[in-house]
Write a protein that binds this ligand. Structure first.
Ligand code: FAD
Length: 470
């Protein structure tokens, strides 16, 4: 353990002794075990110094029940890829990790469902489904580490959300340990359930505030194996949306991805990675699209003919079709290695907003102007899941900003979003870092209802203390 005073080390030792006796299928790790592990996307994730790893829902329930009795705070953790500080833990708390809940329990190819434990990574499930011609219907750049339980808790979105919806739409049933230690089990495997309020939704997007997810049933989608990838120069988001509309309307092919990178992002990233962009006009944004079909020729032909048809009417500003899987991977890297800038601007302030897509162009130009008003040197990297109006924004300035610097930037980023029908947090959640947005831009009524539900389920406030919705 890197930082701990003697008081918290003593407490941690005491806690470990007590927790170790709770259940035979509960592994307990202490500061020394955690010292060599990567804490994930936030350096303070392991500050509690004590991690419980249940190997079964019952073992998780035993841990939670004990913590409830002794008012010990619990921080659920999955793959640690969360980007809003939802995993941050403190001395005296217990990290409840899903790492050992990592079994795929069943895959039903005919009904197109999978039942998994919460700690299964997205990629592990994708690999298991591939030979069956199936997909999770949801995909994230963090697929190698992000777990199904974590994705449920943040209501993750990602690349395919414009087509299949977000995690909420892929989850048919789930099981969770409630803050009382009881097991809420609703492993429904059907789409249609009209039997009162669908309470599983409390845990989807609940960011670990309402309990610990142990299992889930996912609906699956068919996977078309052959893919063609292209990057297209577009003058603005509206043009990108027209390109997307064209490809979504084609028979026999499926649009699998539509990701946009605004000029400063694509130029800086390509320079850093030594990728030649001579085919892209200087002021253009880059739209990455991927098309799937039953064979590769159909997929490629759809892109070629699409570009020919759209080139002049839409004023496209360049285009390149990947000629190999390696070239496609290089194009994808420009989008998915989205933290490329953190070496130069560590701890830069980042945001994740959504807007009805038709407002995107006005929003982006308005945002850059608002930032410049705060400080003429301010500019944001802009990129994201364009087809569903989800933008990721990073202030090109070394962080962390102190509160007096951060607030005006947050105001500039969030201005107009609620009125336009969007969200200050699209897919990453609230955690610790987006609390200002939550308190300032979510309706009072919604906040009050979330608090009422939290108090009813977790009166001692043991789950994810100090984070949303408190
Ligand atoms: C490179 C990169 C790309 C990304 N791309 C996307 C993207 O395209 N779309 C997107 O939506 N997100 C994206 N993310 C964010 C992140 O991957 C998601 O938020 C993901 O859902 C987190 O899953 P996890 O298992 O890592 O959860 P963690 O980070 O471990 O936890 C996230 C939150 O969920 C809670 N939690 C975790 N497991 C459980 C559980 N079993 N029960 C109850 N609560 C739990 C935690 O307390 C925390 O609040 C990206 C992150 C990175 C680093």
């Amino acid at each position: 353990m890197t930082k701990n005073n003697s008081h918290s080390t003593t407490s941690a030792t005491d806690l470990i002794t007590r927790l170790s006796a709770l259940h035979p299928d509960l592994a307990i790790l202490g500061p020394d075990d955690l010292a060599g592990r990567h804490p994930g996307e936030h350096k303070r994730n392991f500050d509690a110094g004590v991690m419980a790893q249940p190997g079964s829902p019952e073992a998780a329930a035993a841990l939670v029940s004990w913590c409830a009795t002794h008012s010990v705070g619990i921080v659920p953790q999955g793959g640690l890829t969360g980007l809003v500080g939802g995993n941050v833990s403190r001395a005296g708390e217990v990290i409840l990790s899903s790492q050992r809940l990592n079994r795929i329990l069943s895959i039903e190819p005919e009904e197109m469902t999978a039942t998994v434990e919460a700690g299964v990574t997205l990629e592990a499930l994708q690999q298991a489904l591939k030979p069956l011609g199936l997909s999770t219907g949801i995909d994230l750049g963090s697929r190698g580490s992000a777990t199904i339980g974590g994705m449920i808790s943040t209501n993750a979105g990602g690349i395919l959300a414009f087509r299949n919806g977000v995690m909420r739409h892929q989850i048919l049933g789930l099981e969770a340990v409630l803050p009382s230690g009881e097991l809420f089990s609703d492993l429904t495997r059907v789409v249609k359930v009209s039997a009162g309020p669908d309470l599983k939704h409390l845990f989807i997007g609940g960011e670990g505030a309402f309990g610990f997810v142990t299992q889930a049933v996912l609906r699956l989608e068919p996977e078309r194996p052959h893919r063609a990838t292209a990057m297209i120069g577009v003058p603005d988001a509206m043009t990108a949306l027209r390109v997307i509309r064209h490809f979504r309307g084609l028979p026999a092919v499926t649009l699998e991805a539509a990701e946009m990178m605004w000029p400063r992002y694509i130029r800086d990233h390509a320079r850093l990675k030594n990728v030649e962009l001579d085919w892209l006009e200087e002021t253009a944004s880059a739209l990455l699209i991927e098309i799937s079909a039953e064979d590769i020729d159909t997929a490629k032909l759809a892109i070629e003919t699409g570009l020919e048809t759209l080139w002049e009417p839409l004023g496209l500003q360049g285009g390149i079709i990947a000629q190999s899987l390696a070239q496609a991977a290089r194009l994808w890297d420009l989008r998915e290695d989205s933290g490329f800038y953190y070496a130069e601007i560590p701890d830069a302030a980042s945001f994740d907003i959504s807007l009805p897509p038709k407002f995107l162009d006005d929003y982006v130009s308005g945002l850059q102007a608002r930032l410049k008003k705060i400080d003429p040197t301010y500019e944001a990297y802009v990129y994201g899941h364009i087809a569903d109006g989800n933008l990721h924004l990073t202030l090109i300035k070394r962080g962390p900003l102190v509160e007096t610097e951060l607030r005006p930037v947050e105001e500039a980023v969030y201005t107009g979003i609620t009125d336009a029908g969007g969200s200050f947090s699209a897919e990453h959640g609230v955690g610790l870092e987006k609390k200002f947005g939550y308190e300032r831009f979510l309706s009072r009524e919604k906040q009050a209802l979330a608090r009422t539900l939290k108090l009813a389920l977790d009166p001692k406030g043991i789950f994810n203390r100090g984070k949303v919705p408190f």
